[in-house]
Design a protein around this ligand. Sequence first.
Ligand code: GLU
Length: 274
Amino acid sequence: MITRFAPSPTGRLHLGHAYSALKVWQVACDLDGTALLRIEDTDSTRCRAEFETAIYEDLHWLGLDWPEPVRRQSDHLANYARALDQLAKDGLLYPCSCSRSAIKAAGARPGWDGLVYPGTCRHRPLADARPGDALRLDLAGALDRAAPLPDFTETGPLHAGTHRPDPDQLIGLIGDPVLRRKASGDPAYHLACPLDDAAQGITHVVRGADLWHSTFLHVVLQSLMGWPVPVYHHHDLVLDGDGRRLAKIDASKALAVYRAEGATPSDIRAMVGL
Ligand code: GLU
């Protein structure tokens, strides 16, 4: 059993991250497995080295340990490029130059993860890609090629059971995801995350319930690329003593600030109800 905690070094870790990390190590311990740390730093515009250093510091302070070396996504850019090449060869990528406001103006409707891309650039061949274009996955084409879609097992408290992505629902509520970001050309989360889960032999993905809907897309990519489908466990988000979600301002207070105020790792565990 191998699981992972996969933070992005775009800021200091806060209570919500502490809760998630502690859950990851708890599930690994319960199942007699190993928890890995993975640094998801493909967004070159937002990730910073000092936040990565702070992640190691904060997690060690919490009492967590992981095998070295830590996988940093920015060390594996060739892997994501190869996966994009394969999808391009299969005719499943198209270039997109739409801005957020253009997507809104085209009448995009809200879905599971923001506005559902209305397909404005879907007719454009890859050969027409302009510098700075994003690359999107043609989801309908991908679903055709990935069929039959596999079931996946969810063991978290909110959606426990067996699930299978439903193509119509995915097309209506997720739409064509960006797999290579515009301008920077960085690989996007929806490509890098399932690729690395496969590359690292992750058998159990433990993460927050805010990523529940992304799982359906990740399972489509796993089926498409021949990657194994791990067991998923989406934990609830951090709660206060009354079982209510902590006000954002508390949940987003940096662990380092609590530490500077004298909190101990056990205080942090107590604060997040563990
Ligand atoms: N890097 C993602 C985040 O910080 C986590 C991704 C995952 O666990 O799948 O939200």
